[in-house]
Design a protein around this ligand. Structure first.
Ligand code: WTA
Length: 644
């Protein structure tokens, strides 16, 4: 435990009394509460219906503000022009610190997005069409998102670290008309050839998907005539004025693929009205954002955190948001702090894995920079361990910046549980309190009964809908119902476990399904398994997470080879590279252990619980192995355990 925790922020939007009052209102009268707070954004036609939602297993549906109309890009741009046209909307900090940063005002943003929207139209994109973005962290990524929103197209961003195969699956899965990419993506001093990856991904494309290319590096790229278009060529010809499309509150805004417990990523669908209300409100209250503040979320727009807290939440609030193209350790481990000093960042939001990585490099890199502009720090993506929390608090926040530990998910659109910096005395490592409208419950994992009282642990479910909730799995509503509303009927099941302590504060204990969290990136172990068994030498594979000092969790693979294959270190490397190529660098295995046999029940189900314990080096609590078809495989695996 730290010596102290930072004091609450004075003059915050939400103090303790106001939190209690607003929280009570939000759960006692959701219609009244959200009916009022829905007005924080601009509507073309105001809503009269606020909430129509049901978590009943046979009738799951989620609709908010359903008869209202609006446009998200008008909310993020046009409505600010009169009062803050000259204010910086986006600060772009490039990968190379010697290249110049850009300050894009709201006025300029309006022109850029208008132009981009007209370019999309020129490419034949219409309302309701899907557009895949596969881009570096450059302002054009934000322009493209907002341009889609402006004309009512649905964007689906694929993180630029994903492989051509993963990209192809997402292009096909969403039936995308267009992929927007760049020639290359500089990151950490190296360049990822994005256009090359798109070429590979579109090789077998039967949808007639076209490719719009933004110039970033100026590198030579292989071109397919008739399919590929330079952004600049069209941008020169079109007007910068594009009126916003009037969208219904429940029209989809974006699809974002995310990992679950099966091999196939799910297309999480978020819609227009509820999402924007929720993203903007959480951005303002959780970070205590005030006019004129510079807000920096270090995520990539390829993840939900980038959607909600680099682009939509901040811009809807008229904020100045920082987009950083690089990585925390390039050119050295002081980069984050150098950027904080340079742009006088007020709120800084990052992942525990980044903090742990920087912690390992010593305090010298932090001490070099003036961090006095910082008022608040945040974390997201995984539980934060006390050492990392203390380091962040003492060295970055200098003991004076509250740290908001925000628990949420791609599916939730915005923060679900977090301390509010003016209301809640912090507990390092705890997500603490539900945001307005969020009703967390702890269930007994076996009986599914609600566990009442404090000092309890179980699985975390949410009892009722909130406006930022995902609406469906793209093209597969049954899967939505199956995944989130079937294990515990009547509730939204988060997939996380949690503890409610003696004071009623919440602590997230980690996933209870086969999803792991590697460097804050969410990954289904089944995805890695399907990549492994797709290799000709592999007959069977089981993948689990294990504690990793920097990544949070590492990827531990048990691999059974085909009969005629000989295990070797070389083959391990081949398989590791193979997974990296199939999914992307973030999925590269940390450990591969040869497994002549896997522990299975008599019905053939792999007992992952046991594999997890072995990978964790925890042999004393293997539990009952007597139900295994062949208990001796366990001894064999223990004997040959690989060090992570
Ligand atoms: C985990 C990221 C503990 C959790 C926004 C969740 C966290 C998954 C926290 C969602 C936190 C996220 N403390 N665990 N503050 N934030 N998680 O969809 O397991 O990429 O279910 O969304 O990350 O990951 P996703």
């Amino acid at each position: 435990m730290p010596k102290d925790t930072p004091d609450l922020l004075p003059d915050a939007h939400i103090d303790a009394a106001r939190y209690e009052e607003m929280y009570a209102a939000s759960v006692n009268d959701p219609e009244g509460f959200w009916g009022e707070h829905g007005k924080r954004i601009d509507w073309i036609k105001p809503y009269t219906k606020v909430k129509d939602t049901s978590f009943a297993h046979d009738n799951v549906h989620v609709k908010w503000f359903e008869d209202g109309t609006l446009n998200v890009s008008a909310n993020c741009i046009d409505r600010h022009l009169e009062s803050r046209g000259d204010q910086t909307a986006i600060i772009f900090e490039p990968d190379d610190p010697n290249d110049e940063a850009k300050h894009i005002t709201y006025e300029q943003l309006a022109k850029e997005v208008g132009t981009f929207a007209n370019v999309l139209k020129e490419c034949g994109v219409r309302k309701g069409d899907r557009v895949v973005l596969y881009l570096p962290m450059i302002p054009e990524a934000a322009y493209a998102m907002l341009a889609c929103a402006r004309i009512g197209a649905i964007h689906s961003i694929v993180f630029a670290g994903f492989s051509p195969d993963a990209l192809a699956a997402r292009v096909n899965g969403s039936g995308a008309k267009l992929v927007i990419t760049a020639d290359g993506a500089p990151r950490g001093g190296r360049v990822t050839e994005l256009k090359d990856n798109v070429n590979k991904a579109l090789l077998h494309n039967v949808l007639g998907t076209r490719c719009l290319v933004v110039k970033r590096t100026g590198d030579q790229v292989a071109w397919v005539g008739g399919r590929d278009i330079w952004y600049d060529d069209l941008a020169e010809r079109v007007s910068s004025d594009c009126p916003p499309e009037e969208m219904n509150a429940e029209d989809p805004l974006f699809i974002l693929y995310t990992s679950g417990s099966t091999g196939q990523p799910k297309g999480v669908v978020h819609t227009t009205g509820g999402y924007l209300v929720y993203a903007s409100m959480t951005h303002e209250y959780t970070f205590d954002y005030k006019d004129g503040d510079v807000f920096w979320c270090t995520a990539d727009v390829g993840w939900v955190t980038g959607h909600s807290y680099i682009v939509y939440g901040p811009l809807a609030n008229g904020a100045t948001t920082l987009m950083f193209e690089g990585v925390p350790t390039y050119p050295d481990a002081g980069r984050f702090w150098q950027v904080c000093e340079k742009h006088k960042v007020n709120q800084f939001y990052t992942a525990p894995t980044a903090i742990r990585a920087l912690m390992g490099k010593g305090t010298g890199f932090v001490e070099k920079y003036d961090l006095s502009s910082l008022k608040l720090l945040g974390t997201v993506g995984e539980p934060i361990n006390p050492e990392a929390w203390n380091w962040y608090n003492e060295n970055v926040g200098k003991g004076t910046c509250p740290i908001v530990d925000t628990w949420w998910q791609t599916e939730t659109g915005g923060h679900m549980m977090t301390p509010l910096p003016g209301a809640h005395t912090l507990k390092p490592g705890a997500a603490q309190k539900p945001f307005f409208g969020v009703q967390p419950l702890v269930l007994d994992p076996t009986s599914g009964e609600v566990v009442e009282g404090n000092g309890v642990e179980g699985v975390l479910v949410i009892a009722d809908s909130w406006p930022g909730q995902m609406r469906t799995v793209y093209g597969d509503h049954d899967r939505f119902v199956q995944t989130y509303f079937s294990d515990y009927k009547g509730y939204y099941f988060s997939g996380d476990g949690c503890r409610r302590d003696a004071d009623g504060d919440y602590w997230i204990t980690g996933r209870v399904d086969d999803v792991i969290n590697v460097s804050g990136h969410r990954m289904g172990t089944a995805e890695v398994e399907s990549a492994l068994v797709a290799h000709e030498t592999v007959s069977e594979a089981a993948v689990v997470g294990y504690p990793h000092p920097v990544k949070g969790q590492g990827i531990y693979c048990y691999v059974t080879l085909m009969n005629d294959e000989t295990p070797s270190d070389e083959l391990k490397k081949t398989l590791s590279d193979w997974v990296r190529r199939e999914i992307g660098p973030i999925a590269k295995p940390d450990v591969i252990q040869w497994a002549p046999g896997l522990p299975k029940t008599r019905s053939g189900k792999i007992m992952r619980r046991i594999l997890r314990k072995i990978a964790e080096n925890d042999f004393d609590s293997l539990g009952d192995t007597s139900t295994l078809a062949d208990p001796s495989v366990v001894d064999e695996l223990i004997e040959n355990r690989e060090k992570g």
